[in-house]
Design a protein around this ligand. Structure first.
Ligand SMILES: [Zn+2]
Length: 315
């Protein structure tokens, strides 16, 4: 039997057929064309047609291999009602408000389909096939252009009342005035969220404010690793904010493992060494220090996570 995972990102759709062990046997990547400045931006209808066309091909490929698709998982880059499989909106493409994506797939193919947001999907993927294998309680934090997260508690994905559990990026960690949230503005419309300090753009902005020079996040991390004092100070500061946010979650959830993924986590030891040290101050655990490890799935997190979603959210 096969599973079909679909990672619907902002400008790229990736599809993979896998075995029941999550091994990819067939992969298709489809650029949506939005990255091309002169092209007309695609709307949801065009994307839905493209999803249908490629998924149809892969369902047929699986049937030809005598390993029919058992279930389909879709990672959606935006908020989703996971219970009904309906999208709420996309920040990148118009027209995704209220699209019953699960029902569309089930009508087209007659195959059970699950849809969830990319943070929950990344968490499920790392849990089932990545750094979190065998854990019953873990916290997943994805640090890239934003900061997302997911929680596995007692062997089950935690969704919360509105499928928004694990949104660690929007915990407010700065309140200079003491009476109301302060700090830099966040994408959510509030101020002082962890994401506004320690996401890729947040780190770049802090470097620019302090040293009046624009470097990419990657350049800042490289310079820090080469003992540039200014860059190292900014990375240490980012680790400090992350430790404050993650430490609060650790005190609340008592996970056995914290998995850190996303582009920023590729910084390696220059981020993980101070993060680990600082977490011992911010995270409460009488059981000893919590383990913090990098995510393992990297580039394939979305599709492997989608396959994990297809397989179910419990273990
Ligand atoms: Zn926020």
């Amino acid at each position: 039997m096969s599973f079909l995972g679909i990672d619907k990102g902002g400008t790229r759709h990736t599809f993979a057929l896998t075995t029941d062990k999550g091994e990819i046997v067939h992969r298709v990547q489809h650029e949506t064309g939005r990255a091309c400045g002169s092209c007309q931006m695609e709307d949801a209808q065009a994307e839905i047609e493209a999803l249908h066309a490629v998924a149809s091909e892969l369902v047929q490929v699986a049937a030809d291999r005598r390993a029919p698709v058992q279930s389909i998982g879709i990672s959606f880059g935006g908020p989703v009602n996971a219970e009904t499989g309906t999208t709420i909106l996309s920040h990148h493409v118009s027209g995704w408000e209220g699209v019953p994506l699960r029902d569309l797939f089930e009508d087209w193919f007659g195959i059970r389909t699950r849809v969830d947001n990319d943070a929950n999907v990344g968490c499920l993927g790392e849990w089932r096939f990545g750094a979190g294998r065998g854990c019953r309680d873990l916290l997943y934090v994805n640090i890239g252009t934003g900061i997302g997260g997911g929680i596995i508690a007692n062997g089950q994905l935690v969704r919360g009342a509105n499928n928004l559990a694990g949104e660690i990026g929007h915990t407010i960690i700065d309140s200079d005035s003491g009476v109301r949230p302060d700090g830099p503005p966040c994408t959510c419309g509030r101020r002082g969220c962890l994401e506004s300090f320690a996401s890729g753009p947040g780190i770049e902005r802090r470097y620019h404010e302090r040293f009046d020079q624009r470097l990419t996040c990657r350049e800042i991390f490289i310079n820090a690793m080469e003992n540039d004092r200014d860059a190292a100070a900014i990375v240490e500061e980012a680790a400090h904010y992350l430790a404050r946010g993650i430490g609060t979650a650790v005190s609340l959830l008592n996970p056995e493992l914290v998995i850190v993924g996303g582009g920023v986590s590729e910084a390696g030891d220059s981020l993980f060494t101070p993060l680990y040290r600082l977490l011992q101050h911010y995270g409460f655990s009488q059981a000893g220090p919590v383990r913090v490890v990098p995510a393992q799935l990297g580039y394939d997190a979305g599709i492997i996570g989608a396959v994990a979603l297809a397989m179910g959210t419990r273990q």
